[in-house]
Write a new protein. Structure first.
Length: 129
């Protein structure tokens, strides 16, 4: 009897060399390190925000609805902006958010615009010194 030859269609993968294993382990280690660094930085933010929506009140006003999450016991200033169809800033304002009103808040702010806006959003929030 003869031994059967391996079938080429078995889908068996070739074994990895020592160098290939080293590269795989180094890649996984780098991925875990970057993920841990990102999680560490994100967990130490003083404030986080989320746009909820907006409504165009008139050609010269827009109302932005957003949520703010405060992690440190400090007040924050949020800068909101309104954009037109060409993504040009047509309105901007700064809203003070007080920690005394709660660590999680849903706010509505009305912006005055120079022309009709088609979107409104929070540009950024930063702690007040």
């Amino acid at each position: 009897m003869s031994t059967p030859e391996p079938d080429e269609g078995t889908g068996a993968l070739p074994r990895l060399t020592t160098r290939a294993w080293t590269l795989v382990i180094a890649g996984i280690t780098a991925l875990v390190a970057v993920t841990a660094w990102y999680a560490f930085v994100a967990s130490h933010e003083a404030v986080r925000w989320k746009d909820v929506g907006f409504s165009v009140v008139s050609p010269t006003e827009i109302t932005v609805t957003y949520e703010v999450y405060l992690y440190d016991e400090v007040d924050v200033d949020c800068t909101l902006r309104a954009l037109n169809t060409r993504f040009t800033e047509v309105g901007v304002t700064t809203q003070r958010v007080a920690y005394a009103d709660g660590a999680q808040q849903r706010l509505e702010t009305t912006l005055v615009t120079t022309e009709e806006a088609n979107t409104g959003q929070v540009q950024y929030c930063e702690p007040v010194d």
